[in-house]
Design a protein around this ligand. Sequence first.
Ligand code: HMG
Ligand code: MG
Length: 320
Amino acid sequence: MTTAGSAGYGAYRLDGLPARVTIHEVGPRDGLQNEAAIVPVEVKAEFVARLARAGLTRIETTSFVHPKWVPQLADAAELLDRLEPAPGVRYPVLVPNERGLDRALERGVTEIAIFGSATETFARRNLNQGLESQFAMFAPVVERALRHGMKVRAYLSMCFGDPWEGAVPVEQVVRAGVRLLDLGCFELSLGDTIGVGTPGHVAALLDGFAAAGVGPERLAVHFHDTYGQALANTLAALTKGVTVVDASAGGLGGCPYAESATGNLATEDLVWMLDGLGVETGVDLTSLVETSVWLADRLGRPSVSRVVRALGPADAGGSD
Ligand code: HMG
Ligand code: MG
């Protein structure tokens, strides 16, 4: 006999975990920005709608970045025009600069995310800015977005290591993160862009933020699963009080400007673990797996999520 989720085998709590976790779904943005092929806008719109039906309440939909930098998301405006917002669901978009904010405002967006770097090299490669000058680019964006009543999230990339600079000291990450929060962002998502972090490093970074006066209620975690550490790192973050976790349906993802960045933590793998721990997410695993199987067929390649592979049909998306 098979069961649709881990809770079918019993839910066993671990001490110190939150009762509920909010999943910040990044598949349509972080996932599709890294696809070799450009996914048709109607497929993206259906993907977002299916994610909402599966119970995800924060769906990062697209980016208003330069279309030459990320051609995969050049259809951002058209995608938003096609969306039929579901009640209770938030659809944040990435915005790097004032031009991006103008474009988001034109489309009636109510929530954005800026995305900074903890290292000089990645700030230059991803934003065409220096580590210091990125804050001057973001400051007027956040200020104007808040004036328009928007919510503004911040990302910080390369929090655990950088492919060009190697190890990134905790103090350097905390300094950059605090500056992003001080601009007026409601939450800071700590990005392991290339997936090199390990659980003790996660705990040390969260301790570093706590020592600087930033508690886990203002932090989210964003793990790429390059070295298979994303779930272990997530569990470490949850034991430290974090309750917002970024994940990508089917494990889609990466970053076109970071060498060796592969997919995000798969949302299905996260939900499987949280269901088994008795931690509520509001996400229906069966419906989410169906969505990733549907998308894998459209992309013509199988999902990398272990749970999608275990629960979905053997031939979803073709063979590897
Ligand atoms: P730039 O070339 O320095 O821009 O790019 P500029 O300000 O010099 O302007 C040059 C031209 O671009 C101008 O047009 C602007 O209007 C136009 P012209 O006057 O020459 O005709 N322009 C724009 N057009 C459309 N939308 C815009 C925009 N801005 C300027 N927003 C820029 C600077 C920031 C725009 C560029 O570097 C860029 O688009 N970067 C985005 C890269 C990106 O999206 N990376 C992936 C997301 S980050 C990530 O994945 C990590 C994360 O997941 C967390 C983690 O894993 O760690 C979040
Ligand atoms: Mg990412």
